[in-house]
Design a binder for this molecule. Sequence first.
Ligand code: GTP
Ligand code: SPV
Ligand code: MN
Length: 589
Amino acid sequence: MATAVEEWVEAQARLAKPDRIVWCDGSEGEAYRLLEIGMEEEKLEGHPVFSPLNHKSWPKAYLHRSHPTDVARTEHLTFICHSDRAATGPNNNWMSPKEAKERLTHLSDGCMRGRTMYVLPYMMGHPESPYARACIQITDITYVAVSMRIMTRMGTFTLDKIRNSSNFVKGFHSVGDFSPDRRCIMHFPEENLVWSVGSGYGGNALLGKKCISLRIASWQGYKQGWLAEHMVILGIEDSKGHVTYVTAALPSACGKTNLAMMESALPGYKIWTIGDDIAWLNIGPDGRLWAINPEAGFFGVAPGTSDKTNPNMIKTLKRDLFNPTLFTNVALNPGTREPWWEGLDGPTPEYLESWQGRPWTGAEGTAAAHPNSRFTVSITNCPTLSKEYDNPQGVPISAMIFGGRRAQLIPLVTESHDWAHGVFMGARMGSETTSAAAGQTGVLRRDPMAMLPFCGYHLGDYFRHWMNIGHRLTRPPKIFSVNWFRTDENGRFIWPGFGENMRVLKWVIDRINGRVSARETPAGLVPRLEDLNLEGITVPKDRMEDLLTVDKEEWKAEVEGIREYLQKYKRRLPFEIDEQLRKMTADSE
Ligand code: GTP
Ligand code: SPV
Ligand code: MN
């Protein structure tokens, strides 16, 4: 008798009509066989799906060039298809499940003709974790199959977990004809189903990531009493060897990966990496919040990654240990077959091919690597990987940090007064947009908890859910906000960032342990300058003061912006958020 998984896969095959079906076992050998197929058989815009890079300098590295219109998440083509439209909120595009299925059935009918359908059984989370989820994705491109092998725990053990139950999250993926007109990423939270056609890009196509581990999981968490968040998880070891675990939510391309594997500029401190993008948070029997990283790899932004900014990532990428490493839409030095991107160490090679494979001289005024070019690499290659990474229970969280990219106003670091104020701090976050999503960059948008594009239900209900989680925690983490991105009158970053961010994390730990006091501002509690370790830092003292000052007039405008934005969620906002809004408005007058 066919299992529920087999029945589902067969039904998808009847619709998509692939020439053949391959059930993947998730072995490393299989990943290399798929790479061979991608190098020899599959073509995309005339070039192979994969080409090998220089394996002397970049072991196991392969280049993938995407379709030129398929380089970032497309939020306007992303839908939540819930039977109750009101449940999805103004923060999501909605389509009725019936209409969405009709559209998808039409787009998917015969979409795999002449192609292979790969069936990928994988776990989000350690298979032994009570918080893990079993998932099945089908796809018709080797790029996605290999990427999923790197990004998740893929293997037949998943099928043993599922057995004959229907308790698995389903993902249908086809690149279709890559046309943006026939592209859509649809989520069916009531059916544990994601259906994505027309894109091969990360967040649109590696369905275990944003689609399942955030949009579907956030809805499950809402129903079941836990949180799925766009957060890094890291351990901070102090000079006495004590490790404090914290999470941090920053919007796309705002510094999560860099923070997760930072090389501390403060002697005696060390960062241990657990996750760089997604955290699942459950309340433990001890009344604390415990975090696991459901993923098994990094899908990181290439530009700006160097030995100076993120030496641990360069080491990860060059390590000859587990799995192939993929580079997507970076530039290529055709002479040496080495990948290149803006911000990489060393001189710019004389001759480069752009991310689209065309000769590049720099005269074009455009970047050689796409600004959202990325690498896909196994987390197990990371030299700072925490020994707790595979712990099925996760790690206990002492602080949560919200951040954004703000050229003005928002202080380097701020602490909230309590849980409700902290949730409000997350809810009011704004950030200037980046190239991780299609559309204009550098525009300020409100991005509550860095979850605006990823919360699978009404943000008003989400804020209430956060408040409820707080009521159930007897030892809640402290909540902070950070901003690494304040600029001077010439548009240059004032704060050096990267490894120097350790100075801010140290203050966070000192506050957790009650070692230092803090100063009140309209935005919350900020450090006294003398409590920050600034030894060896080049930022002048008055500039440092600026980074910790909240301009009253600018803050008033900010308060107005926040109020206007949160108005959208009005009827579903929890009363605690209303209270915080009132208090903030009164304090700013
Ligand atoms: P997603 O993978 O899209 O979720 O992005 P992310 O939040 O992991 O961002 P990532 O760490 O990849 O950083 C994105 C960009 O911000 C890169 O170009 C980094 O070089 C830059 N960046 C990261 N941290 C800092 C920092 O502390 N200061 C400054 N100025 N730039 C930073
Ligand atoms: C992000 O955009 O937040 C990413 C990359 O981490 S993607 O997987 O495309 O969502
Ligand atoms: Mn992300």
